[in-house]
Design a protein around this ligand. Structure first.
Ligand code: BG6
Ligand code: MG
Length: 222
């Protein structure tokens, strides 16, 4: 039966996907790179350094940055991002998320966060949501980032449940790939056309109810 729901953080629990985008956009503008929202979809769920590599791949001429310069760019993006997430308050949980977490708890379904971000604990602290998850796995606790399933498998392990008894929720293509590789049922939040592989796609977290979670799980298991 369904035992746990494992949530991505950025773009699922709160709209930090937007903050990541704005911070990368500032770096892209400085470098004169044609960084767009649609290209940003590729960066979702992807680690900081891999995101930088993707951003720099937009350059027409090959960019010759040293390792130190790459580190400095990534650090500056993170400084911009950290300034943006300082403003997060409990009001910034995405629609339906607090209600869903309450309802899952009432029904005895466990919950976890599986985030690729090194800033996950800061975001969750600012949301005052530390006590609302049975476990939180962030980038510091894993070696391979999404689309590798490690972060989702680690969450299931810490919860003490089989991945097959979990539903994963994601807003990133790399994230849905990771959920599927972990053999969990998958729910994508976003545009249906972008997630042909997900068991269920919902346009927003406002539609994410226990019934929808169950539906995704049954689609995968039947
Ligand atoms: C993911 C985001 O959750 O974390 C990505 O979707 C981000 O956009 C990644 O690059 C790494 O985050 P951070 O905070 O460690 O730079
Ligand atoms: Mg995300």
């Amino acid at each position: 039966s369904l035992k746990a729901v494992v949530f991505d953080l950025d773009g699922v629990i709160t709209d930090t996907a937007e903050h990541h985008y704005l911070a990368w956009k500032a770096i892209g503008d400085e470098l004169g790179l044609p960084f767009t929202r649609s290209f940003n979809e590729n960066l979702k769920g992807v680690s900081r350094m891999e995101s930088l590599r993707l951003l720099l791949s937009l350059s027409k001429e090959p960019l010759r940055f040293t390792e130190e310069q790459l580190e400095a760019l990534a650090t500056r993006k993170n400084e911009l991002y950290k300034r943006l997430i300082m403003e997060i308050t409990p009001q910034d949980a995405l629609p339906g998320i607090p209600e869903l977490l309450d309802e899952l708890k009432r029904r005895g379904v466990k919950t976890a966060i599986a985030s690729a971000s090194k800033n996950a604990f800061t975001v969750i602290d600012n949301l005052r949501m530390n006590d609302r998850f049975d476990c939180i796995v962030d980038a510091a606790q894993i070696r391979n980032s999404k689309p590798d399933p490690e972060v989702f498998l680690k969450a299931a392990e810490l919860l003490g449940v089989e991945p097959e008894a979990c539903v994963g929720v994601e807003d990133a293509v790399a994230g849905v790939e990771a959920i599927r590789a972990a053999n969990m049922a998958s729910i994508a939040i976003g545009d249906a056309a972008a997630f042909p592989e997900a068991d269920l796609v919902l346009p927003s977290t406002g539609e994410l109810t226990v019934e929808r979670v169950r539906e995704a799980w049954e689609r995968k298991r039947k």
